[in-house]
Design a protein around this ligand. Structure first.
Ligand SMILES: Cc1cc2nc3c(=O)[nH]c(=O)nc-3n(C[C@H](O)[C@H](O)[C@H](O)COP(=O)(O)OP(=O)(O)OC[C@H]3O[C@@H](n4cnc5c(N)ncnc54)[C@H](O)[C@@H]3O)c2cc1C
Length: 539
């Protein structure tokens, strides 16, 4: 086993107080895609932005790490809507100055193992439909109805995003229109909507086979979040060529070009408020950075429960609002290294989703009650197979990743210990969980037994350590129906000078958090200044 030394794959500039510019137009807390998008767009409008990232490398969940000659991504397994000139693709092209390239996965980009049955998702709307009809010949009508709902969901999702970005009075003015756009079925639960279309539990299971992409199975999730994911991947999955760290690596130059910087090892301890308005931030080393505009991309839990002074968070009502949302579940990650290339080992460019049966909600209930119950969902990804450049960076090797849910409470007792030094009992627990997950891999690809050179397991404590999420949340706030109705989850806060961005503002996913960056910028600078920028992005 390779030694657990920190990764050497690092981007961003190490923070030192002496490296700060005398002043900044805005401070962004967190260098995930939400924070970087906001910073890059503001930079294009001439703002000098200081991005402060607590981790040793920039990118948030888009960062990658290297160990023992292998490289893994931590929160980017596939992105949709980048194979054609869509709004998503144009935004990535703009932010990265055309430097970020995308590699398509296999046309069967997701495979669902549901008990002893196997279903799949095929790239392309027609192909997806025809393939589903082949798998469920009796259900052609239901499948067509479902696809019609996905078509309609585009308007609902735009209205949802717009609602978050509008000023209070504009939102009030447009309330009837927004309500109409977000009417049934987009205000209903996923199971409710799908069970009106079909009685076939296997078809529902197949349509919901990507529930792990937003963290809640059908009886717990809003149909809008389901539709967002399903639409996003309808035309297949793509992987960033060169690894997911290339996302931040290609965006940072835009911020630097305007005189800004992305600092790593830069933990913000407190957001400072004076006379009721934002006055800057205090760093962990006690240094104070003055600025009257602070944009938090560190998640609303961190922002309102940890970074803002308690009296401000309480008086402004945000502590009360926080009672209406919950953290998403934590996760285990297994990072596997193999000798031999993806091609030699026959690794696919297809994600595997493994379920004990077609009742996803029951499986999750069972697992939450009893940790020895089968994992309700096991996701397996083959990053080195998806990245055409991987072999240039790590010749003769391949990587695999496994993700599965893991409630934070099961790890909480080791919370205070330092990364890499949490003790033998923690290591043994991780090892046991890792071995259980490895068996899922060997079950599907038995020829890999004996070929694994290295594996390590991350837990919700790793997400807390490296990503700053207090309870190791996989996707920030849980995507419940109640969360989708929280109007205060918007860029503009009621505390003058404090803004929000990132996955808690709209939805999770790299694209969701990136679009939150766009909406935050729009809210900050207004439509008049944003207009020409939007033209440049979407020309
Ligand atoms: C295992 C996993 C797999 C995923 N797979 C996919 C996928 O295949 N496709 C997809 O589209 N999405 C995927 N996602 C989701 C996606 O990665 C996230 O939704 C998105 O990247 C979130 O971006 P963000 O900017 O909102 O937050 P983050 O990327 O989490 O950024 C927040 C940043 O704030 C920093 N921070 C926190 N507190 C402080 C502080 N006090 N001071 C300074 N910095 C601070 C953190 O270190 C972090 O870097 C996955 C996520 C996970 C966990």
């Amino acid at each position: 086993m390779a030694k657990m030394s920190p990764s050497t794959l690092r981007i961003g500039y190490r923070y030192r107080p002496t490296r700060l510019a005398p002043d900044y137009d805005a401070i962004v807390i967190g260098s995930g895609i939400g924070g970087l998008t906001t910073a890059a767009l503001l930079s294009d409008l001439g703002w000098k932005v200081c991005v402060l990232e607590q981790h040793y490398t920039a990118g948030g969940f888009t960062h990658s790490y290297e160990r023992g000659g292998y490289e893994w991504d931590v929160g980017v397994h596939y992105i949709g809507e980048v194979g054609a000139s869509t709004r998503t693709r144009k935004m990535f092209d703009y932010l990265s100055n055309g430097q970020l390239k995308w590699a398509p996965m296999d046309s069967e980009y997701d495979r669902f193992y549901v008990g002893d049955k196997v279903f799949n998702a095929i790239a392309g709307k027609e192909e997806f439909r025809d393939n589903l009809v082949r798998q469920f010949p009796e259900e052609a009508h239901a499948i067509d109805q479902y696809l019609k709902l996905l078509d309609r969901s585009g308007d609902a999702l735009s209205a949802f995003g717009m609602g978050r970005g509008l000023s209070t009075w504009m939102r009030w003015l447009l309330k009837p229109w927004l309500a109409w756009r977000l009417r049934s079925p987009f205000n209903k639960g996923t199971w409710e909507v799908l069970s009106e279309l079909t009685d076939d539990p296997d078809l529902i299971a197949t349509l919901c086979g990507q529930w792990g992409d937003m963290g809640l199975p059908p009886k717990r999730s809003p149909f809008m979040a389901h539709a967002m994911i399903a639409r996003h991947y309808l035309y297949g999955g793509y992987y960033p060529t060169g690894g997911s760290w290339r996302i931040a690596d290609t965006i940072i130059p835009k911020i630097q070009a305007a005189g800004g910087e992305v600092f790593t090892y830069a933990r913000v301890e407190q957001i400072l408020v004076e006379n009721g308005r934002i006055s800057g931030v205090e760093m962990k080393d006690g240094h104070r950075i003055d600025c009257n505009c602070v944009i938090s991309s560190a998640g609303v839990d961190n922002t309102f429960n940890h970074l803002l002074p308690e009296d401000v968070a309480t008086k402004s009502g945000y502590r009360r609002h926080m009672e209406n949302v919950q953290p998403s579940v934590g996760h285990l990650g297994v990072y596997i290294g193999l000798k031999g290339t993806a091609k030699e080992l026959g690794l696919p460019k297809t994600n595997f989703w493994i379920y004990p049966g077609n009742d996803y909600d029951k499986a999750l209930d069972d697992f939450l009650e009893d940790q020895d119950a089968p994992f309700p969902i096991v996701y397996i990804s083959f990053p080195s197979a998806k990245d055409p450049d991987y072999e240039n960076r790590h010749p003769g090797t391949a990587t695999i990743e496994i993700v599965a849910p893991a409630p934070y409470e099961r790890f909480e007792k080791w919370r205070e210990a330092t990364w890499g030094k949490r003790g033998d009992d923690y290591e043994a627990y991780k090892e046991m969980l890792g071995e259980r997950l490895m068996e899922h891999l060997y079950d599907k690809l038995p020829h890999l037994r004996g070929k694994v050179d290295y594996f390590e397991v991350s837990t919700p404590l790793s997400t807390n350590w490296f990503g700053g999420y207090q309870r190791g949340e996989l996707y920030g706030l849980a995507h419940t129906r109640q969360r989708m109705q929280q109007d205060w989850l918007r860029p503009k806060t009621t505390i003058p000078g404090l803004w929000l961005t990132g996955q808690d503002v709209l939805t999770c996913g790299v694209t969701g958090a990136m679009m939150a960056g766009l909406i935050t910028t729009l809210s900050l600078v207004g439509a008049r200044k944003m207009g020409p920028l939007m033209k440049r992005i979407y020309a």
